[in-house]
Design a protein around this ligand. Structure first.
Ligand code: NAD
Length: 475
C-alpha cells in the first residue's frame, strides 16, 4: 500500500489540472502511484493562496505560531512509521534511515517553533533625547521552495518550518519522483491547524514551475536544494527579479585521515556515512585522503565495511543499503567508474550494478584514481568512495580545497594543533573533526563557493526568511 497523491492549495487537497506521471519504486522498478502535474492555472491559485496566507499568518503571534508548529512536530512523530514506509517505497533508502529522517524532521519543526519566538531585533542608542532607534525583524514574504528527492522529507521541512516560524507563507515544489512522503509531512501541518494558504504543495515540470513562480511579484524569497547548474540558473533568475535566495547545492566532501587518528573508528564511521542513502547525500564523504602510514589499514577496514553492507529492498530490515533512487544515478555511477578504470583506477570492491530489476548497485571503493578521472572533480552522488594517499599536511589541504565545491569536510586526528589548522584552512561551509557532527536543526547547514550560500538550520536558517526594518521614533 503506497499513498494518495494530491496537491495542497489554499488548505484543500486537490487534483492537479495537468498531465500525470508515474511514481516508480526503485527497488522493484514497478509503478506504485500516479502524480498529477500543475498547470499555470494551478500555480496562479497557489500564488493567490500564498499571498492571502502571508497576510493572515504574519499577524499570528510568534507564540501562537510556535504552538501550531509544535503540534505538527508531534503529529510527524506519531505518524513516522507510516510515512517512513511511503518514503522507502518511493525513494529506496532503508526503512531505518526513513524513520530517522522523519524523527529529524520533527526535531527541525520543534527547533524553528522555538527560534521564531526569539527573532528579537535590537535597539540602537539614539543621538537625541526621546528618540527610539529600533531594528524590527519582519517576515520577508511568500516563499518559493524547491526541494529534491534524496531526503524528500527533511529537505522540504527545513524550508517549510523556517518559513512558517519567520511568519512567511510558502509554495513548495517537492520532488515528482518521491511525492508521497512530502504529502504525509504537509498533512501533519494541516492537521496541526496551519491556516489555509500558509503552505501550498505543488508538483510539476520543475523548470516550468520555477520559471513561473520566481518572477511572480507575490514571491519575495527563493530557496532551492539541488545541483550546482540548476542552482546557478535559478539564482540568476531570482537576482534578475531582485529576490533573495538560499542555494543548497552539491558537494564533493574531502575526508582527511591523519596518521595519529583513531583509524578503526574513522573507517567504521565513514563507511556508514558513505553508504547512507546509497551515497546520494550532498555531504557524503567522497574524496578520502589517507596518510601514507595508515593508508593500508584504513582502506582495508573500509573495504571490509563496504563488502559487509547488505544491499536489498529498503523495506527488508536486513538491508543496510537500498537501491539508487532512479535509473539516472545507475548510468551516472557506471560512467564515473568506467572513466576512472580507463584512466588507470582500480576497483577494490564493488563497481557493478546488481541484477536488472530495481536500481541496485554495489558499495564501491576505488583506489589509484588519477587526477584526470572525472570522479575527482564531478560530484558522484552515489555509493563510491575514492581512496587517495598523502604525506604532507599543507599538500593535502591544497588538494582538498582545489575543487569549486565547498560544502562539508571531515577530518580525523588526535593532535589539537592539526585540528585547529585544518579547521581554519579547509574551504567549506562545514567542518567536522573526529565525528559526524553536522546537519542538526540547531546548527547552520550550508556551503560556500559553488556549493551555494545561505543556511538551513540554526539562527542563520531563520534569518534568511526575515528582513530587518529600521524604525526611528521621536516622542
Ligand atoms: P537535476 O539537476 O535535474 O535535478 C536536481 C533537483 O533539482 C531535482 O529535485 C529537480 O526536480 C530539481 N530541478 C531541476 N531543474 C529544475 C528547475 N529548472 N527548476 C526547479 N527545480 C529544478 O539532477 P537529478 O538527476 O535529479 O539529480 C542529480 C544531481 O542533482 C546530483 O548529481 C546532485 O549533484 C544534485 N542533487 C543535489 C541534492 C542536494 O542535496 N544538494 C539533492 C538532489 C540532487
Amino acid at each position: 500500500m503506497y499513498t494518495s497523491l494530491e496537491h495542497y492549495i489554499d488548505g484543500n487537497w486537490v487534483k492537479a489540472s495537468g498531465k500525470s506521471q508515474d511514481v516508480i519504486n526503485p527497488a522493484t522498478s514497478k509503478t506504485i502511484g500516479e502524480l498529477g502535474l500543475a498547470t499555470r492555472g494551478d500555480l496562479d491559485k497557489a500564488l493567490a493562496a500564498a499571498d492571502k496566507g502571508f497576510k493572515t499568518w504574519r499577524k499570528v503571534s510568534a507564540f501562537e505560531r510556535g504552538k501550531i508548529l509544535r503540534k505538527a512536530a508531534e503529529l510527524v512523530r506519531a505518524r513516522a512509521d507510516d510515512i517512513a514506509k511511503v518514503l522507502t517505497q518511493e525513494q529506496g533508502k532503508v526503512i531505518a534511515e526513513s524513520k530517522v529522517e522523519l524523527m529529524a524532521a520533527a526535531d527541525v519543526i520543534d527547533w524553528f517553533a522555538g527560534e521564531g519566538q526569539r527573532a528579537y531585533g535590537r535597539i540602537i542608542p539614539a543621538r537625541a533625547d526621546g528618540v527610539r532607534n529600533m531594528v524590527i525583524m519582519e517576515p520577508i514574504g511568500p516563499v518559493a521552495g524547491f526541494s529534491p528527492w534524496n531526503f524528500p522529507v527533511t529537505q522540504a521541512v527545513r524550508k517549510i518550518a523556517a518559513s512558517l516560524a519567520a511568519g512567511c507563507s510558502i509554495i513548495i515544489k517537492c520532488p515528482e519522483e518521491t511525492p508521497g512522503s512530502p504529502v504525509g509531512l504537509v498533512k501533519a501541518f494541516h492537521d496541526a491547524g496551519v491556516p489555509p494558504g500558509v503552505i501550498n504543495l505543488v508538483y510539476g515540470v520543475p523548470a516550468e514551475i520555477s520559471e513561473y513562480l520566481i518572477p511572480s511579484p507575490i514571491i519575495r524569497k527563493v530557496s532551492f536544494t539541488g545541483s550546482v547548474p540548476v542552482g546557478k540558473h535559478l539564482n540568476a533568475l531570482a537576482a534578475s527579479h531582485m529576490k533573495r535566495a538560499t542555494m543548497e547545492l552539491g558537494g564533493h566532501a574531502p575526508v582527511l585521515v591523519f596518521d595519529d587518528a583513531d583509524v578503526d573508528g574513522a573507517a567504521k564511521l565513514m563507511g556508514a556515512m558513505k553508504y547512507r542513502n546509497a551515497g546520494q547525500v550532498c555531504v557524503s564523504p567522497t574524496r578520502f585522503f589517507v596518510h601514507d602510514k595508515v593508508y593500508d589499514k584504513f582502506v582495508g577496514q573500509f573495504v571490509e565495511h563496504a563488502k559487509g553492507t547488505t544491499v536489498g529492498d529498503g523495506l527488508d530490515p536486513a538491508s543496510k543499503m537500498g537501491p539508487l533512487a532512479n535509473p539516472r544515478r545507475i548510468n551516472a555511477i557506471e560512467g564515473f567508474i568506467a572513466d576512472a578504470q580507463d584512466k588507470g583506477a582500480k576497483v577494490a570492491t564493488g563497481g557493478k550494478r546488481i541484477g536488472n530489476q530495481g536500481n541496485f548497485f554495489e558499495p564501491t571503493v576505488l583506489t589509484d584514481v588519477p587526477e584526470n578521472a572525472r570522479i575527482m572533480t564531478e560530484e558522484p552522488f552515489g555509493p563510491v568512495a575514492v581512496m587517495l594517499r598523502f604525506k604532507d599536511t599543507d599538500d593535502v589541504l591544497a588538494r582538498a580545497n582545489q575543487l569549486p565545491f565547498g560544502l562539508a569536510s571531515y577530518a580525523f586526528t588526535k593532535n589539537a594543533n592539526t585540528a585547529t589548522k585544518i579547521a581554519d584552512a579547509l574551504d567549506s561551509g562545514m567542518v567536522t573533526i573526529n565525528h559526524f557532527g553536522i546537519a542538526l536543526p540547531e546548527t547552520p547547514f550550508g556551503g560556500i563557493k559553488d556549493s551555494g550560500f545561505g543556511h538551513e538550520g540554526g539562527i542563520e536558517g531563520l534569518n534568511v526568511y526575515m528582513q530587518a526594518k529600521f524604525v526611528s521614533h521621536l516622542g
